[in-house]
Write a protein that binds this ligand. Structure first.
Ligand code: MF3
Ligand code: CO
Length: 291
């Protein structure tokens, strides 16, 4: 995987510097972890400064779209109207909604209400009502760079137990973020997220998780929140991935909508919440790119 490069040859990262003055020590450090039996990132998962700049520009649109949804969302609105906002704001700012047509997904955003875990499909027939909790998951492409984040919105008067699920899920993501540190493992982060959910009696979906993101919508690694410390991929500076736990009030078991093939539900019909951020691993810690 880590093909040896001659010390005075140009570095693989495109900086134009000699390898020995650029990424050689970095590569050697990764190789040491690999020899210890750890999963390490391939070079193609390490973003260049130019990639990071592109992802950040894409994220400006991603954040603006969710801000606009947050301003407009209310009881009586259809989820199709949310889709319309996502499309119009994204296009006005020069981007493309990444969801539209992705593996045949028919709309520009995912809108998942109450017992829907993720991948809810916007529709004129689905009307938001008082007491609903909804996840709006928005993904944006700008100049080939991808950003991906989601937020929960509480519609009107939400049951305090449901509101707590929404708040604790947000805390889970923030705790995950605090545990993104270079030269530690994704399993350290995932376990911290899991512990927080478990402490409140919640469960986290196992089958669906976060992902590398930036030069494509879904890149390696798969980001689990039911992983153990010291396991999963080593985090190194330049990696970009999402933290997006799906936290369930009841069972972690899920079912798939048999008609549309997309929407995921909790198996027990209890509510589920999700927040998603996209993060960059830095030399000293991490940076949030979209929220
Ligand atoms: N935005 C989702 C994620 O966070 C993926 C949605 S794919 C779609 O990874 F096709 F359902 F839109
Ligand atoms: Co995502």
């Amino acid at each position: 995987m880590y093909r040896k490069i001659e010390r005075n040859a140009p570095c693989w990262c495109g900086s134009g510097k000699k390898y020995k003055a650029c990424h050689q020590a970095f590569d050697e450090k990764i190789i040491r972890f690999e020899r210890m039996g750890h999963i390490v990132p391939d070079r193609k998962l390490i973003k260049t400064p130019q990639d990071i700049e592109g992802i950040k520009r894409s994220a400006v649109i991603n954040i603006a779209v969710l801000d606009e949804v947050g301003d407009k969302i209310r009881a009586g609105m259809s989820t199709q109207e949310i889709d319309d906002i996502v499309m119009s704001v994204t296009q006005k700012m020069g981007g493309i909604p990444a969801d539209l047509g992705y593996e045949g997904f028919p709309k520009s955003v995912c809108t998942s209400i109450n017992n829907e875990v993720c991948h809810g499909i916007p529709s004129e027939k689905i009307i938001l009502k008082d007491g609903d909790i909804i996840n709006v998951d928005c993904s944006t492409i700008l100049n080939g760079y991808f950003s991906d984040s989601s937020r929960m919105f509480c519609i009107g008067n939400v049951d305090p137990e449901w509101k707590k699920l929404v708040d604790v899920t947000k805390e889970c993501v923030e705790i995950g973020f605090k545990n993104v540190k270079p030269w530690t493992f994704l399993g350290d982060m995932g376990n911290a997220v899991h512990e927080h959910a478990l402490a409140h009696g919640y469960s986290i979906v196992r089958e669906i998780g976060g992902h590398g993101c930036g030069n494509a919508f879904h890149e390696d690694p798969f980001v689990s929140y039911v992983s153990k410390p010291g396991t999963e991929m080593l985090m190194v500076p330049g990696m970009v991935f999402t933290i997006e736990p799906m936290v369930n009030m009841g069972t972690d078991r899920i079912t798939v909508d048999e008609e549309n093939g997309w929407t995921i539900y909790t198996a027990d019909g209890k509510p589920s919440a999700q927040w998603e951020i996209e993060v960059l691993v830095t030399e000293t810690g991490a940076e949030i790119l979209s929220y």
